[in-house]
Design a protein around this ligand. Structure first.
Ligand code: RP5
Length: 170
């Protein structure tokens, strides 16, 4: 385990290493907002006991939110949610066969009792932002960084040349 992982606030788990290119976008965004995270590839169906150990260990190490990305019959986020009281954000991974609609429905259609906050297909950035919003509830400095991120995002659209004629108008 790398040194920075000991203080991770967000635990990211993927069903496979093949999900990393999508989920790396969450890691990158969390890094921009200075939120420590750790990412693992642990299949819920191929290695369920390892997944349970990861969830329990991550909680002990200080993880406060999980992000789980999986594709196809994507039960990983629901299984993580079943093993923790922490919030779980699910990311449906795009697939070859159904474009990720299979992943989306598998994750979003959780039966009542165990929720998973599901973002768009491939929506790893929004998963990271949702995790940040949750953490910011009890971290004023992080809230300030999130506000600055939002403001910069708005400014980049206002500064776009195609909107030049709208500047300064209400
Ligand atoms: C899921 O099956 C993973 O989340 C991945 O999106 C998909 C394909 O997995 P691999 O074939 O790369 O193992 O479990």
């Amino acid at each position: 385990m790398a040194e920075h992982e000991k203080t991770a606030s967000v635990g990211i788990v993927c069903g496979s290493r093949s999900d990393f290119p999508v989920m790396d976008k969450a890691v990158e965004l969390l890094g921009r907002l200075e939120v420590p995270c750790e990412m693992r590839a642990i299949s819920a169906h191929r290695a369920p006991d390892l997944l349970f150990r990861f969830v329990a260990g991550a909680e002990r190490r200080g993880v406060r939110v999980f992000i789980a990305g999986a594709g196809g019959a994507a039960h990983l986020p629901g299984v993580v949610a079943a093993k923790t009281l922490l919030p779980v954000v699910g990311v449906p991974i795009p697939t070859q066969v159904a474009g990720g609609l299979d992943s989306l429905l598998s994750i979003v259609q959780m039966p009542k009792g165990i929720p998973v906050a599901t973002v768009a297909i491939g929506g790893a950035e929004n998963a990271a932002l949702l995790a940040v919003e949750i953490l910011a509830l009890s971290d004023p400095a992080l809230r300030d960084r999130l506000k600055a991120f939002r403001d910069a995002q708005t400014r980049s659209i206002e500064d776009d040349e195609s909107n030049a004629d709208l500047r300064g108008t209400t």
